[in-house]
Design a protein around this ligand. Sequence first.
Ligand code: ADP
Ligand code: ZN
Length: 436
Amino acid sequence: MNVPVWNPAIEFMEREALERVQLAGLRKTVAWALKTPFYRHRLAGIGLKHPEDIVDLRDLRSIPYTTKDDLREAYPSGLLAVEPERTVRLHTSSGTTGTPTVIYHSRQDLDCWTELVARCIVAAGATAHDVFQNMTGYGLFTGGLGLHYGAERVGMLVIPASSGNTSRQLQLMKNFRTTVVHATPSYLLHLHASLAEEGISLDQLGLRKAFIGAEPHSEQTRRKIEDLFRIDAYNSYGLSEMNGPGVAFECVHKTGLHLWEDAFILEIIDPRTLQSLPEGETGEIVMTTLQRQATPLLRYRTRDLSHLVGGNCPCGRTHRRLARIKGRSDDMLIVNGVNVFPSQIEDVLMKVPEVGTNYLIQLEKRGSLDRLVVKAEICAKLFTGDPRTLDDLCERIGELLRSAVLVKPTVELHEPGSLPVSEGKAKRVVDLRPAF
Ligand code: ADP
Ligand code: ZN
């Protein structure tokens, strides 16, 4: 089997051996957790006082969940499990849904994280011969530094471009013949739309792959990116509470995201009943760290929704796969009583060839009713043609959306470049409804 692989001993490890590694990791994690005031108190509540009390992986089930609010309450150092002098870096989440959370790392933690990212990069078929341009923010956000160190470990030439400054990004790509980029999907679409403006053609670039993540996106969006740039794009999932990028990544087969199970225990639960769900059923991702000393987390509720993919991946890796992230449980919009996920809307829009690269969902109140407004950028030439074409297109998109999400939206068509673009995570939903 000729599969690109970074750490074959771990990545192809038989499940039984992998579970033994997990059990050892869980015991260590409990030992670290017991050093924090937060977990000492929490675990005392279930009579867990020593790591040896964990005899089986199933014992994890008796440990209470850790939530984002727990992390916020423990801010800034209630979850620190090592002496402060052993910490070498901290990161915070982006704060997309509220106060950011903080995660500390020891030197060993950073080393483990880098190793996980290196595995991802190689699984997606990149090598030391690649020139890697990292277009996500460097700083507290984990996307920049996380990918950076992994790429250096693989031996790629790394261009730490960080986010934004599209013109400079394109110049760097051209001048250094960048072969692999890391960016949010929305930013890559924006980058493509800026090529003409910068007078750069695809042939002047040597791009072959993109790692896309940090925000929900549909399969259609991936295809669009792949077709526009004529490259392969791989889904990258991570969150600062689990280090950042390097949690789960697609291999060259793109059949779901392999989650590194020697570093994390994965559970999928029903967010309402909190019961564990079987393979194939969509629920909230819950994760336990197995390698992190400085900020161990037990059964952390990510609020991200996905399901486990069954069967084996042709690459032969034994680490199970997550399906594309559907969104966050708190992303769900309730429009006149109907549950709508922004990802369903994106899926429809990206299937319509006339729709360009950016869109926005706006919720308004009209009397007692909610109004769902979908604003989509479309190709410029449609605006100069017959206005009836625009009306027909509006009608067609409205109908497709209605049958997908069961709510009739008001569709607005906009010229390319007229909707706001974000350099970091895209903000796709604007809710103008009063709070009560
Ligand atoms: P915040 O939670 O404040 O956005 P992070 O920077 O830690 O902070 O972002 C992690 C979150 O980003 C994840 O919990 C998830 O909601 C989202 N995310 C990351 N990667 C992906 C991906 N590939 N697909 C969908 N969502 C993603
Ligand atoms: Zn695979």
